[in-house]
Design a protein around this ligand. Structure first.
Ligand SMILES: Nc1nc2c(ncn2[C@@H]2O[C@H](COP(=O)(O)OP(=O)(O)OP(=O)(O)O)[C@@H](O)[C@H]2O)c(=O)[nH]1
Ligand SMILES: [Mg+2]
Length: 292
């Protein structure tokens, strides 16, 4: 057997470009991307197949020091990704200073091949980039290093061959036509959450969550009803906006992206509900898919 397959887990600090890279490698917009830190809250798999290999990428939440119970769930997703990787893609960005020496230590001692991705090289000079390279080379002594721009697709073509040669010989883990392990409802809720991250500032994106309550096809059109949860009445009012203007904008932008993603016409209904302190409520977190 010469078929190779394995889990390639993308880990790193918030906002370094993990989701941008996964989408570029998979060729689909599976993970949402925003300029705000802690956009990704789940482990999201993206599968790339060829006749000879299957790469199961996992995009993960950025490392976070738990403040809410929700953060504990996020870190438990990172923890699983630390345990089941066949190859690590450890990602850092230009200018990054904060090191997680505990995690770096575990990755270095794991015996799992590490590819260090230094991202956002479009934001710096050649000279600075080389300094960064030397610095990180000292931290990940055994890693293969790529300096890339995930956003501009620069240098990413060299990553796949480097991954494939490190994958174990194995039959595929998923059927070859599968792109991800997540159902459509998940991506719909993520697209809506992305718009909330983009359109609102401060606490609102972080204290919001989206749940798709129904998803059905009626006369060739997909009818979706989704609930946006916030923590306070004041946040709910801001999300709705004057005369419903803000939520309407979220609906329009989300619907366009959902239609592109599922390639069908969509009717999207959005509602908002206060769910006090949901980020610290284990029962609600469980129901919303944050199962540590
Ligand atoms: N200039 C530049 N920006 C980038 C690059 N890659 C990603 N970004 C931007 O960096 C921001 C964060 O990107 P994400 O892909 O969401 O980062 P992430 O690591 O998944 O972030 P979390 O999910 O919050 O942990 C977005 O605004 C991206 O457009 C790059 O190569 N160059
Ligand atoms: Mg992300």
């Amino acid at each position: 057997m010469s078929h190779r397959a394995g889990f390639v887990n993308i880990i790193g600090n918030p906002n370094v470009g993990k989701s941008t890279l996964m989408n570029a490698l998979v060729g689909e917009r599976l993970s949402i991307i925003t300029s705000k830190a802690q956009t990704t809250r789940h482990r999201i798999m993206g599968i790339v197949n060829s006749d000879d290999f299957q790469i199961v990428y996992s995009d993960t939440p950025g490392f976070v020091k738990p403040f809410y119970k929700m953060h504990e769930a996020l870190m438990s997703f990172v923890e699983t990704s630390l345990k089941d990787a066949d190859v690590f893609l450890y990602m850092v960005e230009m200018g990054e200073k904060q090191h997680h020496s505990d995690i770096i230590d575990r990755v270095n001692k794991s015996g799992v091949p590490v590819i260090l991705i230094i991202n956002k090289i479009d934001t710096t000079t050649q000279e600075e980039a080389m300094k960064y390279y030397d610095n990180w080379k000292g931290i990940f002594e055994n890693a293969e290093i790529f300096m890339i721009s995930a956003l501009h697709g620069f240098n990413i073509e060299h990553i796949v061959p480097a991954i494939v040669e490190k994958l174990p010989l194995s039959p595929p883990f998923f059927p070859k036509e599968e792109l991800t392990d997540r159902p459509m409802r998940f991506f719909v809720s993520e697209i809506i959450r992305e718009k909330i991250f983009i359109f609102y500032q401060k606490e609102i994106p972080y204290s919001s969550e989206v749940n798709v309550e129904s998803y059905k096809e009626v006369n060739g059109m997909i009818h979706i009803s989704a609930m946006i949860y916030t923590e306070r009445e004041s946040q709910k009012n801001i999300i709705i906006g004057k005369g419903g203007a803000s939520i309407k904008r979220i609906g329009i932008e989300a619907r366009k992206d959902i239609e592109n993603f599922i390639e069908q016409k969509v009717f999207l209904e959005l509602r908002v509900k206060v769910l006090e302190n949901w980020r610290n409520n284990p029962l609600i977190l469980n129901r919303l898919g944050y199962k540590p």
